[in-house]
Design a protein around this ligand. Structure first.
Ligand code: PMP
Length: 284
């Protein structure tokens, strides 16, 4: 695989980052994941906008222009011959040459890394027809989940707890309400209404969430943005989640209880089709 590192396209084995990099020793960096279908980038302007915001919230600038980011994405797709899959991008505060809590001096170059992951048949994920099973765990992450940082240890632990319990993913709960999934935004459907947590610093402002809610509103579907509990999810007609890499996936079981009929529901199924159709139209 050819990857991108600080202006160069290199074989992955030759792409080396310093052990003093702030991303490595402090998790001081942000990332984005953009899906690729039929060789095109989905929701790309949204991902770039959130990247700039994440960087800015951590006191960092955006090292590249939108056109430069796009050119790197396109070049990596071409070099690696990716039609379906994703591109991961990460920007860290760079290498201060030593470990120190204080930021490195102004002008220290940021570290920029991008790589592709091919996933042939990405849009035809069989799980869309069977659904996911989730467990609930306490949300023990830091309080700025609106910033897409690379500190992913707690979500990773939660995912492993889900696997240990024979489930597919975990939904995180704080003050009695679901915040989001380990790496996705969460929804329930009750009496035809789509219910999902409102945006705040408590959750990541999912790019897929934003697009999907827009498409759903355009299709005259009812939407309510408010927190919901695990109990409500168990009593809901349907549940599902969204992320750039999974699009829309139905959830059929929460903490061992079947949601609705225990099979993917019509609303989640329709929203998946709607998202794939509409986001491909605006893909670049
Ligand atoms: N919440 C969290 C915690 C995530 O990690 C992700 C995926 N990165 C999402 C939500 C979904 O965001 P997006 O639709 O932009 O991928």
């Amino acid at each position: 695989r050819t990857v991108y590192l600080n202006g160069e396209y290199l074989p992955e084995a030759e792409a080396k980052v310093s052990i003093f990099d702030r991303g490595f020793v402090m998790a001081d960096g942000v990332y984005e994941v953009t899906s690729v279908l039929q060789g095109k980038l989905l929701d790309f302007p949204g991902h770039l906008k959130r990247l700039t915001r994440s960087l800015s919230e951590l006191g960092m600038g955006n090292p590249l222009s939108d056109d430069e980011w796009l050119a790197i994405h396109r070049k990596l797709l071409e070099l690696n011959d990716v039609r379906d899959g994703m591109i991961y991008l990460q920007v860290t505060r760079g290498n201060p040459g030593d470990r120190d809590f204080a930021f490195p001096p102004e002008g220290t170059p940021q570290t920029v890394v991008l790589f592709t992951q091919a996933k042939p048949g990405l849009a035809d994920n069989p799980v869309a027809k069977t659904g996911m099973r989730v467990i609930s765990v306490p949300d023990l992450r830091w309080a700025r989940r609106d910033i897409k940082t690379v500190q992913l240890l707690y979500p990773s632990l939660a995912k492993m707890e889900a696997k240990k319990q024979g489930a597919d993913d975990a939904w995180l709960v704080e003050d009695g309400f679901v915040t989001e999934g380990t790496s996705n935004n969460t929804y329930i459907v009750k009496d035809g209404k789509i219910i999902t947590r409102d945006l705040s610093t408590d959750i990541l402002h999912g790019i897929t969430r934003g697009s999907l809610l827009r498409y759903a509103a355009e299709a005259q579907m009812q939407i309510e943005e408010r927190p919901f509990t695990i109990e409500e999810a168990k009593q809901a007609d349907e549940a599902f989640f969204t992320s750039a890499s999974a699009f829309v996936l139905p959830v059929v079981e929460v903490d061992g209880a079947k949601v609705g009929t225990g099979t993917p529901g019509p609303v989640a199924t329709r929203l998946r089709e709607l998202y794939l159709e509409e986001s491909l139209k605006s893909a670049i």
